[in-house]
Design a protein. Structure first.
Length: 168
């Protein structure tokens, strides 16, 4: 019987760092060492942010791409701002500033989705159409004609039949 009591006390020690309380369809986390602080967010903002993020990802990656590809520097800047927003959100949430942290998190997610969407645009036109004699390239080459498998098979069978065979 003493063994069961020891297990309960071990479990109590494991969960003594946080005190969970259900409040208004949200969960309140109170650190046991500092009961005055509270990390809490209601269900409605959580659902709103989740729907916003899912819609943004869906539009960015499944919706129509932009008309043309945006410069790499612009896409990199938007992506860097998004990553910076994630870092700012982590810092704000770690400091206990819930609303600024959540807003920074939502903005960072939107910026990353925007960078992904901008990268889906069509490639700029190539230099192949001009007759100025310059190099360049990078344009699309014409597709080779489809292979005539019947002709290939006839030629292979003719080769296999007519070749000289070496003795083993």
């Amino acid at each position: 019987m003493a063994d069961v009591n020891e297990r309960v006390s071990d479990a109590e020690l494991a969960f003594s760092a946080l005190d969970f309380a259900v409040v208004d369809a949200g969960v309140r986390l109170r650190p046991a060492r500092n009961p005055g602080t509270c990390f809490w967010m209601a269900l409605a903002p959580k659902v709103t942010l989740a729907v916003l993020l899912l819609a943004s990802v869906g539009i960015a990656y499944l919706g129509p791409p932009p008309q043309r590809r945006v410069n790499l520097a612009v896409r990199s800047a938007v992506l860097s701002l998004g990553v910076g927003g994630y870092l700012a959100a982590v810092a704000a949430l770690a400091a206990g500033a819930i609303v600024p942290g959540v807003l920074a998190l939502a903005l960072a997610g939107e910026l990353v989705c925007t960078a992904g969407w901008l990268s889906r645009g069509d490639a700029p036109p190539s230099d192949d159409d001009s007759d100025d004699g310059g190099g360049g390239g990078g344009g699309r080459r014409p597709k080779p004609p489809p292979l005539d498998w019947d002709a290939f098979e006839r030629a292979f069978r003719r080769y296999a039949r007519d070749r000289e065979r070496q003795r083993v």
